[in-house]
Ligand binder design. Structure first.
Ligand code: SAM
Length: 252
């Protein structure tokens, strides 16, 4: 893949790098997996805060440079979208992510035994991850992420902080894993996520419109005339349980 297509925007502001490293490792960590280390600006700061850093970089040239510069570092040349990010065990996962692959990498991180995730991503995506019901950014990505983790938008980063500057604004998010599915009565997470994606299929339409073909029972429920963007995660879970005939009747 050509360099510009790898989303190579290198962070040059020390204060921002320090804030990301501090958010990733507020105290010393046994293991940090860094995605997209690039030339190592963040890596150097993570190495001072963790016993071990594993860096996953798709660009072979950059990976070779990192190996030369940082001897205690484990560098892997790989596509983070296709990796089992849990292969080293529980870890903090952090990185200034390539925009084109950010949501897939975050999905991978959430599928691993994540201690904490701290990612610099496009601001629009950060807002979707953190969104509340009723906001324009609230959608399937919000539900899929917030089912597995608490998400905080920590701070914004302007294009001028990068070389070369990207065309969009960026922001740092922190993901703290929380096992919410069981408490919400969701036994089969993939099935629930399929339900959620159907709810949001046509965002401006009612739940009746989006769901009738899959769950005929929707017609008799009071939620049928509402839109998916109006429902909280707990309300989605309650609706899912009722439509799929699951036992629990009370929302947590
Ligand atoms: N961490 C560096 C910094 O802050 O200056 C570089 C960040 S740059 C936005 C993204 C980095 O991710 C680049 O070094 C790029 O080569 C690498 N990258 C792009 N796609 C990747 C992928 N699929 N898996 C792993 N690394 C990737």
């Amino acid at each position: 893949m050509a360099r510009q297509r790898l989303g190579q925007h290198f962070l040059s502001q020390g204060s921002i790098l320090e804030r990301i490293a501090q958010a990733a490792c507020p105290a010393r960590e046994p293991l940090v997996v860094e995605i997209g280390p690039g030339t190592g600006a963040l890596t150097a700061r993570l190495l001072t805060r963790a016993d071990r850093v594993v860096a996953i970089e798709l660009d072979e040239g950059l990976a070779a440079g990192l190996r030369q510069r940082y001897s205690p570092l484990t560098v892997m040349v790989a596509d983070a979208r296709e990796m089992d990010l849990g292969r080293w065990g529980p870890a903090v996962i952090a990185g200034n992510l390539p925009y084109y692959a950010a949501t897939q990498i975050i999905e991978r991180a959430l599928a691993s035994p994540l201690t904490r995730g701290v990612f610099l991503i496009q601001k629009e995506v950060a807002e979707r991850l953190c969104a509340s019901p009723g906001s324009r950014d609230y959608g399937y990505l919000t539900i899929a992420t917030q089912l597995l983790a608490d998400v905080e938008l920590l701070f914004g980063v302007p294009p001028s902080a990068f070389h070369p500057p990207p065309k969009v604004e960026s922001a740092v998010v922190r993901l703290t894993p929380r096992a919410k599915a069981e408490a919400l009565g969701i036994a089969d997470v993939p099935r629930f996520l399929e339900f959620a994606s159907r709810c949001f299929r046509q965002k401006r339409k009612t739940l009746r419109n989006n769901l009738a073909a899959f769950y005929p029972g929707i017609d008799s429920l009071p939620e049928s005339s509402r839109r998916a963007e109006q429902l909280s995660l707990a309300q989605f879970a309650a609706l899912y349980r009722r439509l799929t005939g699951m036992a629990r009747e009370t929302a947590p």
